[in-house]
Design a protein around this ligand. Sequence first.
Ligand SMILES: CC(C)(COP(=O)(O)OP(=O)(O)OC[C@H]1O[C@@H](n2cnc3c(N)ncnc32)[C@H](O)[C@@H]1OP(=O)(O)O)[C@@H](O)C(=O)NCCC(=O)NCCS
Length: 178
Amino acid sequence: MLELIAPTARLHIAWLAARDDWGRGVHQDGSGLRPDDDVDSPAGFATWVRGLREQADESRPAPEGRVHALYWWIVDGDEVLGAMSLRLRLNDFLRRAGGHIGYGVRPSARRRGVATFALGGALTEAGRRGLDPVLVTCDVDNVASARTIERHGGKLEDMRDTELGRVRRYWIRTASVG
Ligand SMILES: CC(C)(COP(=O)(O)OP(=O)(O)OC[C@H]1O[C@@H](n2cnc3c(N)ncnc32)[C@H](O)[C@@H]1OP(=O)(O)O)[C@@H](O)C(=O)NCCC(=O)NCCS
């Protein structure tokens, strides 16, 4: 059964299997993973997971250049299939290019509805938190992501050249979600 769960150090081995499916050093959309994060050692992984969870805590300052955000892993049982993030507000970069929501599905789990399921969960949580509408963006050539967004009612505002390349910018209403 597909679920969105909070990142947990318990799933270290399963998470590494998913990371290896993407490939070491490959950017995993929505995961919060940065190139210098130590995720291979148990202690490094636990620290990284704690950092992800803390980014939702608005009583702490957000990391430099970032906004507060929620992270989830998309799992099926103990198998990690992907990641989803919900930024709790927009800064100039996010309004222009990055949007509120990021997601990625490991290559071997694609094309079976995983992203569609997970975006639904993130939109429900966004609505609960009063984020309405939310901005979701994708590369102009990313047909899979554009379809995922459109399936959830995304309305295209524009396509723009940004520091992430040329992106489609969609707004999704959350009030009626969930
Ligand atoms: C984009 C991504 C998250 C889609 O994940 P997924 O779990 O395969 O998506 P789903 O199975 O829920 O499919 C969603 C829609 O996209 C379509 N789709 C999926 N992969 C596709 C592909 N390669 N080409 C064309 N359409 C595709 C599906 O048919 C479905 O549309 P439909 O409901 O109209 O049939 C995944 O491909 C991925 O992680 N890509 C790399 C990272 C990325 O691009 N993240 C998004 C950044 S904005």
